[in-house]
Design a protein around this ligand. Structure first.
Ligand code: SAH
Length: 381
């Protein structure tokens, strides 16, 4: 085996595509790719890596099932299959979360609870999801079960808390459908208040079982710091935080701005964003649940003003209606945060042909050992 590879499951799991390289080589690889895709727009600044690129994931998910011998196993699905690769400790996941998952697997046996069988649609525990606030220390455990009935629920919860008193909340989520989605619609809080809090850039954010939250909190501060540096917001500016999730970027930007409008499609995320604004006593921010493209078209049609647009779309990138409306609204600055340099290049091409110029490209390594590349880009009119 290659001497760089530290994880015995490297081949089977497929989650860490670049583990055959040293961390330095990984950063070089990502830089090369970023330059290849984005170099024609502007010089690409050196990628910001992590000092300690291990155990950075604050959200850990494990699927439960049985091996050929009938033993209960927990781990990850082998890439593009439905086969579980048993994982007890992972180089990129939070170590405490991994410990908790192993404890739960051991408890299943003593409580005579069965793992779920995806083919027969029988059994009990399907997945365990653990989220940990790195700076708050709060820990949420979500037990995803195939049915609502939970035999000896109280004693199970107590046994888990006894072994891990650091857990601050436990939620049961019921997912009884044939689906590859981890979480189902219904959740029942078994212990604590069903959410955790986390501090980021001096603000507190609530994280619920379902809402999107950046999975690498250390690098998120670096990324958002760069985004604020690029945005250079003035105190009278109207700022749009598009694809805002639970409002993290907009809330951080509100300190510098006249007013911030956040727009997001997922209604649970918008609810969380509103709560987060309240939690931090922020009054110059509003959140709208809408398609970002449609929202921007409306703003442009009503000839409203926007000085700075910060956008953080999903992997598919933005859409043409959104980009056309940005051009119409003509903000002084656009800050584009992207987790996919391919769609980023496509969108930058459009903006570059339509009165915007790329001024800065900064890759940040949010996902060490994986092939994913995150970039933040500054454009001016
Ligand atoms: N800026 C946030 C979230 C970024 S993830 C953060 O850093 O935490 C991208 C977000 O875009 C997700 O929350 C997703 O729900 C949202 N989204 C996806 N398509 C959208 C659309 N068409 N309009 C608005 N939001 C969308």
């Amino acid at each position: 085996m290659d001497k760089n590879i530290k994880c015995p499951l490297y081949k089977k799991c497929g989650g860490c595509q670049l583990q055959n390289l040293t961390y330095e080589q990984q950063l070089e690889f990502k830089m090369k790719k970023a330059v290849k895709l984005l170099g024609r727009f502007h010089f690409v600044d050196k990628i910001i890596g992590m000092d300690k690129p291990y155990h950075y994931r604050n959200k850990v998910q494990a699927a439960f099932g049985r091996d050929k011998k009938g033993q209960i196993i927990s781990g990850v699905y082998q890439s593009s299959t439905h086969r579980i690769v048993p994982v007890d400790c992972c180089l990129i996941e939070d170590e405490k979360a991994d410990e908790i998952i192993v404890t739960i697997r051991k408890l299943l046996k003593s409580f005579k609870l069965k793992p779920f069988d995806d083919n027969k649609m029988t059994g009990f525990l399907r997945h365990v999801l653990v989220k940990r606030g790195f700076s708050s220390g709060e820990i949420m455990v979500v037990l995803v079960t195939g049915s609502e009935e939970f035999k000896s629920k109280r004693s199970f919860v107590n046994a888990l808390l006894q072994r891990h008193p650091e857990i601050t909340t436990i939620v049961q989520n019921i997912n009884n459908r044939r689906t590859s989605l981890v979480l189902g619609e219904k959740s029942v809080v078994l212990y604590g208040d069903g959410v955790i809090r986390e501090q980021l850039c001096g603000y507190t954010f609530t994280i619920s079982p379902k809402a999107f939250y950046q999975i690498n909190p250390v690098q998120t501060e670096v990324l958002y710091g760069k985004a604020m540096e690029f945005a250079q917001i003035d105190k009278n500016d109207i700022v749009i935080d598009a694809y805002c999730g639970t409002g993290t970027i907009g809330i951080i930007a509100s300190k510098y701005a006249g007013h911030v409008y956040g727009v997001e499609l997922n209604k649970d995320a918008v609810k969380d964003a509103k709560k987060n604004a309240k939690l931090n006593n922020i009054e110059n921010i509003d959140f709208v649940c809408a398609d970002a493209g449609k929202y921007m078209v409306n703003l442009a049609e009503e000839k409203l003003r926007a000085d700075v647009v910060i956008m953080d779309p999903p992997r598919a990138g933005s859409d043409i209606n959104f980009l056309r409306s940005v051009v119409k609204l003509s903000p002084r600055k656009v800050v584009y945060i992207s987790c996919n340099p391919e769609t980023l290049a496509r969108d930058l091409m459009f903006l570059s042909k339509n009165k915007y110029k790329v001024r800065k490209i900064q890759p940040v390594d949010m996902f060490p050992h994986t092939e994913h590349i995150e970039c933040v880009v500054m454009l001016t009119r």
